[in-house]
Design a binder for this molecule. Structure first.
Ligand SMILES: Nc1ncnc2c1ncn2[C@@H]1O[C@H](COP(=O)(O)OP(=O)(O)OP(=O)(O)O)[C@@H](O)[C@H]1O
Ligand SMILES: O=C(O)c1ccc[n+]([C@@H]2O[C@H](COP(=O)([O-])O)[C@@H](O)[C@H]2O)c1
Length: 222
C-alpha cells in the first residue's frame, strides 16, 4: 500500500489512498464525529468477513441528511487516525478533495479515478434501514457490492427496510460473504458480527464515556 500527494493545494494535507487494479477496497463512509471503537471493530470484521484487501474510512464533509454540521474535517480526521491504526486501513478526506458529498456521486468518481479496483460500500445496519432516503440510492446498489454489518438494535429495521425488500433477490447468504467483492452488483450481504454498542451521538452527549451495565467505558485510544 502507501500513498501519494494529490496536488490539491491546501487540502493535500492527507495523501490520496492508493489501490491497484484487482484489489478489493471496502469504503466505510461516515461523519466520524467522533470516530470510536465501534467503527474500528466493524472495519476489522469487514476486512475478515468479506476478505477485503483494504478498507478506506471516507470521512464525509457532512452527511447530506443531517441538518447540523459536524466538527471540522481536520479534527475528525485526526481523531479517526488516532482510533484506527491498522496496516490495511486508510483514513481519507477524499470526498472533500474530489468535491463530492453524496455517496452515489462519490462512487461514480472513485470508479473513474481507480479503474479496475473492486470497491465495496460498507455500512452499519442503521444505514441500510435509511438507504432509500439517499440520493440515487438504487444507483449505489447497482454500481457496487454492499456489505452491511450488524449494529445493536438495528437488525430488524435493516432486514425490513425498503432496500432489503427491493433487493432481496441480490442478497448473498452470510456464508458467502467472502465472495461479495468478486461478483457483479447488485449484490449485498448482511453479516451478523459481534456488536459493540457505541455511537458518536452518545459520545458527543456524554463527553466521551459510555455506560455498559454498571461499568463506565471510555472510548478506545482517546
Ligand atoms: N457501533 C457500531 N456498530 C455497527 N456499525 C456502526 C457502529 N458505529 C457506527 N457504525 C457505522 O459506521 C458508519 C459511520 O458511522 P457514523 O460516523 O455515522 O457513526 P455513528 O456512531 O453512527 O454516528 P452518529 O451517532 O452521529 O449517527 C455507518 O455506516 C454506521 O452505521
Ligand atoms: O448520498 C446520500 O444521499 C447520503 C445520505 C446520508 C448519508 N450518506 C453517507 O452515509 C455515510 C454515513 O453517514 P453518517 O453521517 O451516518 O456517518 C456517509 O458516507 C454519508 O455521506 C449519504
Amino acid at each position: 500500500m502507501g500513498s501519494e500527494e494529490a496536488g490539491t493545494g491546501g487540502l493535500a494535507r492527507y495523501a490520496l489512498p492508493r489501490a491497484r487494479a484487482g484489489e478489493s477496497v471496502g469504503l466505510l463512509g461516515g461523519s466520524f464525529d467522533p470516530a470510536h471503537e465501534g467503527h474500528a471493530h466493524i472495519t476489522r470484521e469487514a476486512l475478515r468477513r468479506f476478505g477485503l484487501d483494504q478498507v478506506w474510512w471516507v470521512v464525509s464533509p457532512g452527511n447530506p441528511l443531517k441538518a447540523k454540521g459536524p466538527a471540522t474535517l481536520a479534527h475528525r480526521m485526526a481523531r479517526a487516525r488516532a482510533v484506527m491504526d491498522h496496516p490495511r486501513v486508510t483514513v481519507t478526506d477524499i470526498e472533500t478533495r474530489i468535491g463530492t458529498r453524496y455517496t452515489a456521486q462519490t462512487l461514480r468518481r472513485l470508479r473513474r479515478l481507480y479503474p479496475g479496483v473492486r470497491f465495496v460500500w460498507l455500512m452499519g445496519a442503521d444505514n441500510l434501514a435509511q438507504l432509500h432516503r439517499w440520493q440515487d440510492w438504487q444507483q449505489i446498489m447497482e454500481s457496487v457490492p454492499v456489505g452491511v454489518l450488524a449494529r445493536p438494535g438495528q437488525r430488524i429495521s435493516a432486514r425490513a427496510s425498503k432496500a432489503a425488500r427491493i433487493y432481496r433477490h441480490a442478497k448473498l447468504p452470510a456464508r458467502a460473504a467472502r465472495a461479495l467483492a468478486a461478483g457483479q452488483p447488485p449484490r449485498w450481504c448482511f453479516v451478523n458480527v459481534p456488536m459493540i454498542d457505541m455511537s458518536s451521538t452518545r459520545i458527543r452527549r456524554t463527553g466521551g464515556w459510555t455506560r455498559q451495565g454498571s461499568e463506565i467505558v471510555m472510548p478506545a485510544r482517546l
